[in-house]
Structure formats: C-alpha cells, structure tokens
Design a protein. Structure first.
Lengths: 337, 166, 501
C-alpha cells in the first residue's frame, strides 16, 4: 500500500500546486471548490453536531462562495481524520474540527500526529463538563457525593463516560486523585448513551457535557452537582424549576479541585498560506454573529472564548502540556511513545 | 489462490482447494493470535485486556482450520473445484476488476469506471462503439451528478479531473 | 390514553398538509435512492440533507428527514433481491431468500413481499409508539451493558447452530468475522489492536465493505463461472404480481407477528434493526414448516427479516424521542437535527412539544402509507433492470460496489479490501464455508464484546452479572434454549421415532 500512498500524495501535492498557480494574485483568497470539513468522530456526536450546524449556518447565510461538505473520519479515535489533514499538505479546501482527541489520541494510541502538524485556525468555543448524578440519589451537593465516595471502598462508585483514555476518563482520574479513592470507569460510545445509563441507574455519576444531559435534567432525571471550570456558567435561562446553568457551583468551590474544558477548534492542513487561514478566521467570526450559533451556544452552555493566531497557538501549547501531564499521571500513554 | 497450483488436467480439485483454504485460515488465525499477543491477552485488574477476545478467537480459528485441513485431506481427489474454462471466465471479470480497483487510488474513480464499463461491453459483450461510449461515459457522469452535486459526497478524483477543474 | 388519540388527530391535521405530503413523497424517493446505493446509508442521507432543512419549520423538516429514513429502509431491500448486494446492513438477511427468488424469475414477488412486510413491521411499531410510548421508554432504561450483551447473545444463538455446513467450517467462518470486527481501536481500553502499525487498518473492517465484497462481487464471480448469463431473466411484471403476492402473504401471519415483536423489542433496547433481521430470520427458519427450504427462495424468508428490520428501525425512534438516546445511527443524526431546531429530545419533549411529537407520529403513519405506494409502483421498474444484459449491468454493479465501498469511510483502501472480500466470498462459497455467520459476527462482534466487557467492569470481573436480575437471566436463558434447540429437537424426534433395527 505504501506505493499507492506515495502516488496519492504526489497527485495531491500536484493538485495543490496547480490550484495555487491558477489562483489570482489578489490578496484576498476565496475557496474555488467545495471545502471538505473533516469530523474526526462519528455521526451524531458533539463534534459532528457542531460541524453540521456550521455547515447549515454557512449555507443559510451564504457566508462562503462554495459549499462546505462534512465528512466523518472517525477511525482510530479520530486519528484517521487528523492523518488525512496532515497528509493533505497545502490543500486550502480542507478544514477539520477538533475535540480533545487532538491531544489524547496520539498519546494513547501512538498514531503519529500532533497539532503542530496542522495549521491552527481558530478556537470556536470551549465545551464544559458537569458532574451529574441520578436525581433519585440522595446526593444534593458535590460535597455530599465526595463524602460518599470517600467513605466507600475503592471502586464502589461507577463513573460512566465517553470513550477510553479520553477527556471523560481524564477527568475521572483527576477526581480520583483529588479524593484519594478509586472509582470504576465504564466507557460507552456516545454522550447520549452515557446520560441514559445514568438515568437507568447503571452508573452512579457522569461528567457529561451540558448539551448531552440537559434534556434529562429538564425531565428531573439527573442532577448537576458542579462544573469543572474556573468560573460558574453565565447562562441564566431557567431549566428545571428555579435552576439554570448559572446556579451550578464550580467543582473547586465544592472542594473538588479539578478543572477541565474541551477545545472546539478549527485546523487546516500544513503549508497553507496566511491569506487562506485569514479567510477562515474571518468566516468563523461571521458565523459567531449569527442567531443560530448564539442559540447553539446557549443550548449547550458553551464557554464562548474565541481565539486565533498566536494567542490560539499559546493556548494549544499549554493545553498539550496539560494533557501530557494528566495522561502520564494516569498511565494512559501508549507503550510505543 | 491455491486452486491454481495443482491441476489435474481439467481443473483444480476440490481437495486442493479445501486444503488451500484451510491453510489460509490457519495463517489468518496465527496472525490474529500474534496481534493479540502484542496488545496483551490476559485478564487484567478490570476485566479482559484488549487482546483477550481476539486471542481466543484466533486460537479457535487455528484449531478448526486444522480440523478442516484433516477433512480436506480425506476429500475424494477426483472431485473438481471448477473446470479451467470456468475459471477463465471468472478471471475475465476478476482481472479487469483488480486493475480497476488498483487504478482508483492514482486516477480517481471516474476514469477507471469509464474504462471498466467500456472494456466489459466491448470485450465481453461485443457491443458497437457508439453504444459502448454512451453507456461508459453516461453512467459515471450520472454518478457524478448524484454524488457530487446532489448529495455533496466527494468521490476520489485524479489528475484528469483536476485538469478539467472539477 | 384518550389524550393521545386527540393529540394524534391533531397531528394528522399537521402532517396531512399538502406541502408536507409533497415532502413525504420527495423524502421517500430520496430515501429509496440512498437505500439502493450501498455505502450511502440512511444516516449519511439524513446527515447530508439536514442542513438544507434549517429553513423549514421543525415539523416539516423532521417529516422530510424521517421519510428519507423510511425510504432508505424500503430501498435497502431492492439491491439485496436483485443483485445479492445489501444496500443497508439490515437487508443482509433479505438476500438469503430474496436473491434466490430473483434468480428463479420471481423478483417481483420478492420485492412486493419485502416492501409489504416492511410496511407491516413499521405500522405495528408506530401503533406501539402511539399506545405505549412512556411505558416502553421506561423498559428501555432497564437495559444496561449486561442486558445488552444478553440480547446480542440471543441474536447469535437464534441465528447460528442449524447450518448445513460442517461445524468446524461454520466456526471458522464466524471466528473470522469476530477477528475482523476486533481490528482497529478497542473501545474499552482505547488501545489499537491487530492494526500492525498500518494506517489503513485504523478504521477496522467495516461490515458494509465485507458484505459488498462477499455477496456482491462474489455473486458476480459465481455468475461468470456458470457462463455469461444473468440468471434473473425477464419475469413478467405487472400489477397482478403485487396482488398475487398479497394474496399469498396472509398465510405467514405467525411469522409476521413474531418478527414484529422481535423488531420492536430490538429497536427499543436499542440493539437495532440488523440483529433484529437476523434473529427474525433465524427463528423463522427453525419454526416454519418450510424451514428446510430457507435459503432456496422461500418467500417467508423475505417476510421475516424485512418485517423485523422495519419494525426495529421505526421503534428505534422512540427511545430517541423519549430518552434522547438514538436507537440507530440515523436516529443519532435526526437527534442532532432536533437539537439544532431548538427541540430537546428527552423526557420533556412529549410534554412541551406536543405538536411536534404527534405531528411526527402522524407523519410516520402517512409516510409509510405514501412510501408503500411509491415503492410498489417502482417494482416493475426495478425488476426490469434484470433484463439488461450481463456485460452491461456487471461493470455498472462493480462501479456501484466500488463507490459504495469508498463512501463508507471515504477511503480508497476500502475499494481494494472489497475486492479481496469478493475473491474470498467466491472461494469460501465454493468450499462450503457459510458466509452468514461471518457477516453476523462482523456486525455484532464489536458491540457484543463491548457490552460484555462493560458488564465485567461494572461487576468487578464477576461473570455472575449475566444472571444478576430476572430480566438479564431470562434473555440469557432464552439464548441458551435457542443455542441448544437443534440438540433438543433432535433428541425429541429420536425419542418419538422408534429405533431402527
């Protein structure tokens, strides 16, 4: 297969070069054919939903002259999608949305890629994590739940999460470290499934993203205990009774010193020009101003930090170091690394 | 494949084919066992390790392949798997298809598809050139419209499409 | 209960709007096309069209999208029957008897039976959603990993065990399926396994690629071996075929009811349409008095899997609406759509968005009726495809297969894999290895292993979890009975008949 690959690469590069030479010398670059939007995760997940919403918003408001086409490449915990982008050198008609697997997949599986192999475009938002328990359980606050975990033998409490050696399990390990007690982590395929397992009483708690569990909260099936962010969430719309996202305390204030947010960012293949990056930064700035995007942010209680350029790169460097530290402590680094 | 190795005049025997397949599955089983060994096949602290299931699956493949091998050896050596003339028919499809599949990577899907349909119609069907050309070009063009324009699914493309600016 | 009917009546008023009916026809037609093209599944189709629906009202949008879903369910059967290529995973079991029927010149009958059974299955599932939605939602919540594993176990046991082929070959075939399913990322430990450092194998072996190769390409090779002639041949197709087939279908009422129950249950749990179709086929094969003839073009062998698949596909929407957990990949994409339209699926949807929910349920009734009419009128058209000479249709099928294999993962390597599977399918078939267990193992192997290991994680490694409550014990027990059934029935018949001297 190596030969074919080399051939494929060759043609791709040739394609890229051809495209570059055809382009007018004007400073403002515009896509000239459909842009592929790689989702390194399966259909229906959080990243996929965000990508398809972006596709819809861009099509509806005609923010781009050509179409945006969402393509899922979920193999190897997203490694397949990232490798595709990494290998599409200088192709400006390809972007990828990332989740935490940008950092965790290469560390946990040894698949050879790094965010530095791609061109960072912008951070769209940060996804929050909330500690949830079943509403029928007696724990009203994070403190009560922590006390119960501490009082029971190791492994009594079951934490459900999405995937293995990814964000949910990293948070679980951090909680274990903070409390000095082991929990039993059970991985599931998707966030929605995790929330339902909690409602069904098959696990004791989850660290679902807000959007994955909000409907169960509205139905009074699950209860949020604390949010793993430095500050409380800003959204004050009532969700259950008088409660809103803003009424959830931070985990730190509840005695659980764990902070974690997940990147929802956009990258391009390596070797693209500054104008091309600038075009997409500008595009996503326009997207952020649409009412549909605002609604998505509110529904999912996202942290709306936007970054691009050197600021974004700094953030990525720090986040990578944090992940490496967390994964090293948890023993999640693949033997090959 | 094995059936082409030991002929008995009018075609490969069923016996040889059975033996060949059993050896192939045995090889596959061994690869699976080895792969499972690489990731660990024990029973860890929290249930089975990644290689636990594949390991025993591989073992089962190996054991049953040996049984099939033994049974294959007992087959009547006179029975035929297929006649040579039949296999030639199969190869008539298999060879162009293989070339087709290998061409998709460098040339994209459209050009090889045109060639494949043309080869089939001209070589096997003996149709006239106009009809052959119409179908060979029309069908991939229809797929282009359905997939790329309608459902927005990009199919693999090669240098020719790049020149045409598609 | 009475409330439900009032709401449903109101829902019909919404869904019966001419614009919405038009959307239904468009949706069904698009869905049929999506179902016919292998690789381009219902999930893909819905996902691709989702952004186009943002400007519609949520009710119209969900009607369009769910009709694409029905269309895909209907359409999956078409290529299975005509070319032995399942367009969708759940129509694999339909090939077992549907394609032999087509070869005997009964493609029209097979398609009519498939479409009608699909309709019956879906209709029963919608009735269930209308009448007992909340109850059923509560039942679905009781399914943790152990219960899910038990369901997969039952699916395997009810399908496997009665094949004519030698047991060692059946086991090899199934184990190869398990091994192929294991390639790629291990979900429970997050490790890569059996990839041997290859980037192409990261994705593992997708079931559809294996099926397109084993069945589709394998079939073409077999056809070539038997001489250049496509065996379907021109069957006379007219409206009478539809009517004649309809007249023969009531005979299989027992199979239909059984398949409906299996389908509804699998759709809710949510194991999905694929295990449902296999399970229904396997059980029908055992129970039916024509069971011995299954695989040779028995119409009951088309009725059973199609009814179950469509019942499961439809009832899979219930957990999505009531719990926010999708019962199928397509449902997962629809779920994303709901969120975008500002509808939160989950316990409160039935309370807060009555118009939407009952509009959707009403559209399920109407959509399936519209769908049945649309697809039945296409039967002659599709059956006519078999009259196209082999030297034209064969390369076109090969191209469709290649495109199908590519679109599953957008990976060119899969096209080559498809060819390898094709040769494998030809050789295995010629050497009497059954292919169905291999396919079943690829489909369910991963999920079954995942559920098994999740259960063991929860129980701290104790196997006892599979007997820990009445629900899981019952399903496991049923599985064991199904597995041992051949032996039991053998024993019984031996006891009954006198020993030969």
């Amino acid at each position: 297969m190596k030969n074919f690959h080399a051939l494929g690469l060759g043609t791709l590069t040739a394609l890229g070069l051809a495209a570059m030479s055809i382009l007018p010398a004007a400073a403002e670059w515009k896509p000239t054919k459909p842009v592929e939007f790689i989702v390194p995760a399966g259909t229906g997940g959080g990243a996929d939903q965000m990508a398809r919403t972006l596709q819809g918003i861009i099509a509806k408001h005609e923010l781009m002259p050509t179409q945006l086409i969402v393509i899922n490449k979920s193999g190897g915990a997203g490694g397949e999608g990232f490798l595709d982008v990494k290998n599409s050198k200088a192709n400006p008609h390809k972007i990828v949305i990332t989740l935490s697997n940008l950092f965790t997949t290469p560390l946990a599986t040894g698949i050879p890629f790094n965010w530095k192999d791609m061109t960072p475009v912008a951070m769209l938002a940060l996804d929050e994590f909330v500690l949830w328990v079943n509403a029928q359980d007696p724990y009203k606050t994070a403190q009560e739940y922590e006390a119960a975990i501490k009082a029971a033998p190791d492994g009594t409490f079951k934490m459900g999460g999405t995937g293995s050696k990814q964000e949910d399990q990293i948070i679980t390990v951090a909680i274990e470290k903070a409390l000095g007690k082991k929990m039993t982590y059970i991985p599931y395929k998707g966030g929605g499934e995790v929330a339902v397992q909690l409602v069904g009483g098959h696990v004791n708690s989850t660290v679902n993203n807000p959007i994955e569990a909000v409907s169960q909260w509205r139905g009074d099936k699950v209860r949020p205990l604390c949010v793993f962010d430095g500050k409380q969430l800003p959204y004050t719309d009532k969700i259950l009774g008088d409660l809103s996202w803003s009424s959830i305390p931070t985990c730190k204030s509840a005695g659980l010193d764990v902070e974690y947010v997940m990147l929802r960012g956009i990258f391009m293949p390596p070797g693209v020009s500054e104008e091309q990056v600038a075009y997409f930064v500008d595009l996503f700035k326009k997207v952020r101003e649409t009412p549909e995007w605002q609604q998505l942010m509110k529904d999912g209680a996202f942290n709306q930090t936007f970054m691009a350029g050197p600021e974004f790169k700094d953030w990525l460097t720090k986040a990578e170091a944090t992940h490496k530290g967390l994964m090293q402590e948890a023993g999640f680094i693949a033997a090959a690394n | 494949m094995s059936e082409t190795s030991h002929g008995t005049g009018t075609g490969p025997t069923q016996r040889n084919a059975e033996i060949g397949v059993a050896l192939l599955t045995l090889l596959f089983g061994l690869i699976v066992v080895y792969g499972s060994y690489l990731v660990g096949f024990g029973w860890g602290a929290d249930g089975p390790q990644a290689g636990f299931f594949p390991f025993y699956v591989g073992i089962a493949i190996c054991v049953c392949s040996l049984i099939n091998l033994a049974q294959g050896l007992r087959e009547n050596p006179a029975d035929l798997f297929a006649e040579w003339s039949q296999l030639r028919q199969v190869l008539k499809v298999l060879v162009p298809t293989t070339i087709y599949c290998l061409m998709v990577e460098p040339l994209g899907i459209y050009l090889p598809s045109i060639l494949l349909i043309a080869v089939f119609m001209k070589w096997l069907g003996k149709y006239s050139w106009p009809l052959t050309a119409a179908i060979a070009i029309g069908v991939p063009a229809a797929f282009y419209l359905v997939f790329e324009k309608w459902f927005l699914i990009p199919l693999p493309k090669g240098p020719v499409e790049a020149l045409l600016g598609l | 209960m009475f409330d439900n009917f009032v709401n449903l009546w109101h829902g019909f008023a919404v869904a019966g709007d001419p614009f919405n009916i038009l959307l239904m026809v468009v949706g069904i037609l698009l869905g049929v096309i999506i179902g016919v093209l292998p690789g381009l599944g219902g999930a893909n189709g819905v996902a691709i069209l989702l952004p186009l629906t943002f400007s519609m009202s949520p009710t119209s949008a969900i009607i369009l999208l769910s009709c694409i879903y029905w269309g895909a369910l209907f359409g999956g059967a078409i290529t299975s029957v005509l070319f032995n290529i399942p367009g969708e995973p759940w129509s694999v079991a339909t090939t077992f008897d549907g394609h032999p029927m087509a070869r005997q010149g009964k493609a029209g009958e097979a398609l009519t039976a498939a479409f009608t059974s699909s309709f019956v299955g879906a209709f029963v599932a919608i009735l269930m959603i209308t009448l007992v939605a909340p109850l059923v939602a509560a039942f679905a919540l009781r399914f943790g990993p152990a219960e899910k594993f038990a369901v997969y176990f039952l699916a395997f046991c009810s399908f496997v065990g009665m094949s004519k082929e030698p047991p060692a070959k059946t086991i090899v075939s199934m184990m190869i399926g398990f091994a192929l399913a294991a390639v790629g990322l291990d979900m429970v430990t997050g490790q890569l396994r059996l990839t041997f450092g290859s980037e192409e194998l990261l994705n593992g072996f997708d079931f559809l690629i294996a099926v397109i190769g084993l069945f589709g390409i394998g079939e073409i090779l077999l056809t070539m071996e038997e001489g250049l002639e496509f065996r379907g041949k021109s069957a006379k197709i007219d409206a009478k075929v539809v009517l004649r087939t309809w007249a023969s279908l009531p005979r299989y009422w027992a199979t239909s009811i059984r398949s409906c129950i299996i389908g509804c249950w699998m759709g809710i749990t949510p194991a999905g349409a694929t295990p449902a179709s296999f399970m229904a086929y396997g059980i029908a094969k055992r129970v039916s008095k024509n069971g011995k003839n299954f695989g040779n073009g028995e119409i009951e062998g088309v009725v059973a899997p199609e009814t179950a698949a469509h019942a499961a596909g439809t009832s899979a929407l219930l957990p999505m609406l009531a719990l926010g957990v999708p019962g199928s990949p397509t449902a997962a994409v629809l779920l994303g759509g709901l969120l975008i339209w500002g509808l939160q699926p989950g316990p409160m949807l039935f309370v807060e968005q009555k118009d939407f929910v009952w509009g959707l349920i009403a559209s399920m009734y109407l959509g399936n009726v519209v769908g049945l009419i649309v697809v039945l009128t296409t039967v002659p058209l599709f059956a006519a495809i078999l009259r196209i000479p082999f030297s034209i249709i064969a390369p076109v099928i090969l191209v469709i297969c290649a495109i199908g294999a590519y679109t599953v993962n957008n990976n060119v390597f899969d096209v080559v894999m498809m060819l390898v599977f094709g040769v494998l399918g030809y050789v295995l078939k010629k050497t009497n290895y059954p292919l169905a267990p291999l396919v079943l193992a690829i489909v369910l192997g991963d999920s079954a292993e995942e559920a098994f290991r999740q259960s063991l994680l929860a129980s701290g490694g104790s196997i006892g979890i599979f007997w820990s409550n009445p629900l899981v014990s019952t399903i496991m027990g049923l599985g064991l009975v199904a597995a041992l059934y051949p032996m039991i029935s053998n024993l019984l018949s031996r006891l009954r008949s006198p020993q030969p001297a």
